[in-house]
Each structure stands twice: as C-alpha cells, then as structure tokens.
Design a protein around this ligand. Structure first.
Ligand SMILES: C[S@@+](CC[C@H](N)C(=O)[O-])C[C@H]1O[C@@H](n2cnc3c(N)ncnc32)[C@H](O)[C@@H]1O
Length: 249
C-alpha cells in the first residue's frame, strides 16, 4: 500500500499530467508559448478537484489547490535551488517523524510533565520510557526529580535527538537512545509515555498489548487509542487543556 505522502504526491502529479497533456498540444499546435500562471492555476484547480473526489480532508484540498500556483510564484524569484535543498535537509533533521510516520514535533508542557510525575510517584521500581522523546521535555524533569528511578527515551530525528542527548548528559538514570519507536522493545518498562498523533495510535496499542507486562501503564498525551476506553483520563490544568489518556495493561 502507498504511504499517505506518496498518495498525495501521486495526486498532484496526476493533476499536472492531466492539465499539461491538454495544454502542451493545444498551445504547441498554435505555436504559442504555454501561459505558465494560468497553467499553474489550472493544475491547482484540478488537484483540488481530485482531492475532493478522493475525499481528502479540507487541509489537503487547500494544499493541493495552492501547491502549483505557489511553486510557480516562487520559481519567479529565481532563488538558487541549493537553498531549497538546504532547507529540506534542515527540516528533515527536525521533522523526520512527520515525513516518515505522520508524527510532527511539539513538546509536552511543564504542567503535563508535573501531572505525569504525580501519576508515577507511587511506583517505586519506575522504569519509564518516552516513545518519541523529542528534546526530553518530560524525561529530563522526571529523571532529575527521581534519581532512584530509571528513564529511557527513544528519538529518531537527528537534531532533536542531539539536543536531548546534550540535555540529558548529566543524568545517570536517563538512557537517551537514537532509535525507532517500532523497533523499541517495551517489555522492560512499566510506564510507557507517548505524545505522537492520531495516525499511529491503533498500531501502537497492538504493540503495547503484545509487549508491556501486566500491571504496567501506557499513557498517551492528547491522542486516545481509537475504540479503547481509557482506564483513567487526567485533565491537566493548562491553557491547551491537555488530556492524558491512561491505559492499565
Ligand atoms: C510530538 S513530539 C513529542 C516529544 C516528547 N515526547 C514530548 O512529549 O515533549 C513526537 C516526537 O516523536 C518523534 N518520532 C516520530 N516518529 C518516531 C519514530 N518512528 N521513532 C522515534 N521517534 C519518533 C518525533 O521526532 C518527535 O520528536
């Protein structure tokens, strides 16, 4: 099956192909130059139509409508293509998870970290894992507060991994790993925390059920497991009204 990003790219290509396969012969026969602004808007219109027919959410329809006109406008600025490559590489260093698994980068806030600290306070043998640990917004305050407990974080975006590595360098009880969530064994942890997106939750729940030991706790910030009732929901007292969905295994 095609990944969602490849499907959207294919849709955009199909729209460009549909417009260009009519426009090129039409203007070619008349010996006229292709009018690029109109062509770009036509591609945008057809892409939006394809996105509507294939029932894409509204933000994808908008992005499809704007992509070709914006690409044409930016091409008029005659910027060296090397800058785009550089920008792409820099974004990949930070937002790798968004490209590969529909998980963007945003951080747990202090009230959420405090709520997790409270939730885990009575676990004396705490072995805590943050799946997609970002820059350690949860792991580092918790590991500093509980020197006797063990904390692990797994992160696969190079820039965030490096920042987290530096921030956790002085914490002997914090194991900061470069790795992939899906290759990480959950069996050695009795609290697993995730703040990801709705996209991976069903597959992650299967992994959690297979690997986490009985009596352990899975906590998802903001994104519930679809179709599974949480054992407990914690409403964090913060501006964005964070909810922590807790599942006892
Ligand atoms: C929304 S952020 C949460 C960061 C951190 N847990 C927090 O609460 O502040 C999700 C993180 O997961 C990482 N991520 C996404 N997919 C991943 C994967 N397959 N393996 C490891 N990390 C991943 C992203 O790079 C990002 O840093």
């Amino acid at each position: 099956m095609l990944g969602p990003q490849i499907r959207q790219l294919a849709l955009q290509f199909a729209a460009a192909l549909a417009v260009l396969s009519l426009a090129w012969p039409y203007y070619g026969i008349r010996n006229e130059e292709l009018p690029w602004p109109q062509t770009a808007f036509a591609i945008g219109g057809i892409a939006a139509l394809f996105a509507t027919i294939s029932r894409q959410p509204w933000w994808w329809r908008l992005m499809h409508a704007l992509f070709a006109p914006l690409a044409w406008s930016v091409s008029r600025l005659a910027i060296d293509p090397g800058w785009f490559l550089l920008l792409f590489v820099l974004l990949l260093l930070v937002y790798r998870g968004a490209l590969t698994g529909q998980v963007p980068l945003y951080f747990s806030n202090r009230p959420s970290a405090a709520a997790i600290a409270k939730l885990t306070a009575d676990r004396h043998d705490l072995r805590f894992l943050d799946l997609g640990a970002g820059i350690g917004s949860v792991l580092i305050p918790l590991a500093s507060e509980r020197p006797e407990a063990h904390f692990s974080g797994v992160e696969n975006a190079p820039a965030t991994w490096l920042i987290g590595r530096l921030r956790s360098a002085g914490l002997a009880n914090c194991d900061w790993r470069w790795g992939d969530i899906w290759q990480t064994d959950l069996s050695g942890h009795n609290v697993v925390y995730a703040f990801l997106s709705p996209a991976p939750m069903a597959a992650l729940w299967e992994k959690v059920q297979k690997e986490m030991p009985p009596g352990s706790l899975f906590v998802s910030n903001s994104f519930p497991v679809p179709g599974v009732a949480a054992t407990r929901i914690i409403d964090v007292d913060d501006a964005r009204q964070t909810r922590l969905y807790c599942y006892r295994i």
